[in-house]
Write a protein of this length. Structure first.
Length: 361
């Protein structure tokens, strides 16, 4: 059985730190917590779980802080978590099993990161991360914002999920880090342009986000998956700006990189035509999205809603507009499997049952 060091960086996490540690404390063999300047009870709470609490001055560089936390690990493998992450019971069992059976020749184990869930427990954003890494390999974090762990060697994919349960979003924090990079005259990588675009978009700077995405797309270097989502996210920006033509062009541009119309693209194309009251082409794209099968080995962003309840809910609307109440009802029922208490689904069900004579008038 291998041994595991948990390594975390924290700052003002008194609301969530205990919640996180309670889900992992009985699995790992060592807990290392690096505090970067808390002014609340974070350090006090951390010391209730471990005497390995260290301090590191925050320099506006997440990679530097994470690398510092890794320096304190002494066990075979390093597991990292954020304070607002949790590991659900089912995934705890999977992690224990992994710990008991892991071949020491493995350099890294990837796990799902369920970065978002809706109010009904459905995962809304998922991607893979190298989550458990061999300490002796001295893998390093890179990137001062939206950092990544630079891993090479024997990597295996697991079915374990780490679930992100944030209480609040640090508005503008990452955007300010990118602005400092710009002010310093740093050279942006394709990854920088992609994530800077994301930060700009999430903070409502849609025109500037489009510029950043275009810079990512124009560079020959860079991960192809980032370019796929640069096109998709750029389309979202154009939609927010009311530029339907720009939105459509960006969605079609995404196919140049994706090669096939994955659900995130197809659902957006469906919505584009639906908004223009072109319901038959909208249904075509929604059907394609609903038939999409998730790739368990996909490392890039995956938004399960676009292949599950969302296209069915939209097809319910489209078929209603075309006068086909039965198909409208059928697709609403499929959406209801995922979101049974969604107000829209409940209202649709009542309306369509009345239209179809399934309830007393």
């Amino acid at each position: 059985m291998v041994t595991i060091s948990l390594c975390m960086i924290v700052k003002n996490e008194e609301e969530v730190l205990a919640r996180c540690l309670d889900t992992i404390k009985d699995i790992v063999d060592e807990i290392n917590i690096v505090d970067t300047g808390s002014t609340d009870r974070t350090v006090e709470i951390a010391k209730q779980y471990t005497d390995r609490v260290f301090f590191f001055e925050w320099i506006g560089d997440f990679a530097a802080a994470r690398n510092e936390s890794f320096k304190h690990a002494t066990k075979d493998y390093i597991l990292y978590l954020d304070a607002d992450d949790v590991i659900y019971e089912e995934d705890q069992k999977k992690l224990i099993d992994l710990k008991n059976t892991l071949d020491p020749a493995v350099d890294s184990v990837s796990m799902y990161y369920d970065a978002g869930t809706d109010e009904f427990g459905n995962v809304t954003l998922r991607y893979r991360r190298n989550r458990l890494v061999k300490r002796s390999k001295n893998f390093r974090w890179k990137g001062d914002c939206h950092q990544y762990l630079d891993v090479r060697g024997n990597i295996i994919n697991s079915e374990i999920s780490i679930t992100h349960k944030k209480i609040r979003h640090s508005v503008g924090r990452n955007l300010s880090i990118y602005q400092k990079k710009i002010d310093r005259g740093d050279t942006f990588t394709p990854r920088d342009y992609f994530y800077h675009g994301n930060e700009l978009r999430e903070n409502g700077h849609h025109e500037r986000a489009i510029e950043s995405y275009d810079k990512n797309i124009a560079m020959k270097e860079g991960w192809i998956e980032d370019k796929v989502y640069a096109c998709i996210n750029k389309a979202d920006c154009y939609r927010h700006l009311g530029d339907s033509e720009g939105e459509l062009k960006s969605l079609l541009q995404s196919l140049e990189f994706a090669k096939t119309p994955r659900a995130e693209i197809a659902s957006r194309l469906g919505y584009h035509f639906q908004r223009n009251r072109e319901y038959k082409p909208a249904i075509f794209w929604y059907e394609l999205a609903a038939r999409s099968e998730p790739d368990p080995n996909q490392w890039s962003f995956s938004y399960p809603a676009y292949s599950t309840w969302y296209p069915h809910l939209q097809m319910c609307v489209c078929y209603y507009q075309l006068g086909d109440m039965q198909k409208s009802y059928d697709h609403n029922e499929k959406a209801r499997e995922y979101r049974p208490k969604d107000e829209r689904v409940v209202q649709n069900k009542a309306l369509l049952e009345k239209k179809l004579g399934l309830t007393e008038s």
